[in-house]
Design a protein around this ligand. Structure first.
Ligand SMILES: Nc1nc2c(c(=O)[nH]1)N=C([C@H](O)[C@@H](O)CO)CN2
Length: 120
């Protein structure tokens, strides 16, 4: 199984359990690993046969920006559902980092894995 990855996708959104967090957006950093068939894309050299990482990034940005949540787990689950149901991706690993949430220069977040890693 091949993967398309997107690392360091910064998306600003309103997220948190405290009232003061709901006053303004803050940055989240997303890392995605997405199952794909790179050979299929290479065989035609056409974007229609590839998992278009630009389209994925734009859609995930919209999902995170347009929807409110208190927990990063909620956002992670929503993003995994979008990736699997709208893009038909069989396996996704998604990490959401909420930098500074527990201290300056400290990374904290959640990583989830959904679907099955199908071997060739
Ligand atoms: N597992 C989680 N723990 C915490 C979260 C979260 O989203 N998932 N959020 C918070 C606060 O919003 C924190 O980020 C800001 O004080 C605390 N714990």
């Amino acid at each position: 199984m091949d993967t398309v990855f997107i690392r360091g996708l910064r998306v600003d959104t309103v997220i948190g359990i405290h009232d003061w967090e709901k006053a303004q957006p803050r940055p989240l950093i997303l890392d995605l690993e997405l199952a794909t068939d790179a050979a299929r894309a290479a065989a035609t050299d056409h974007i229609d046969d590839a998992l278009d990482y630009d389209a994925v990034a734009r859609r995930i940005r919209r999902e995170v920006t347009d929807n409110r949540a208190e927990l990063i787990e909620t956002l992670a689950e929503r993003c995994a559902t979008v990736l699997r149901e709208e893009f038909g991706i069989p396996w996704v690993r998604l990490r959401i980092n909420k930098p500074g949430a527990i201290g300056v220069d400290i990374d904290v977040g959640v990583e989830i894995e959904r679907g099955s890693r199908q071997n060739d």
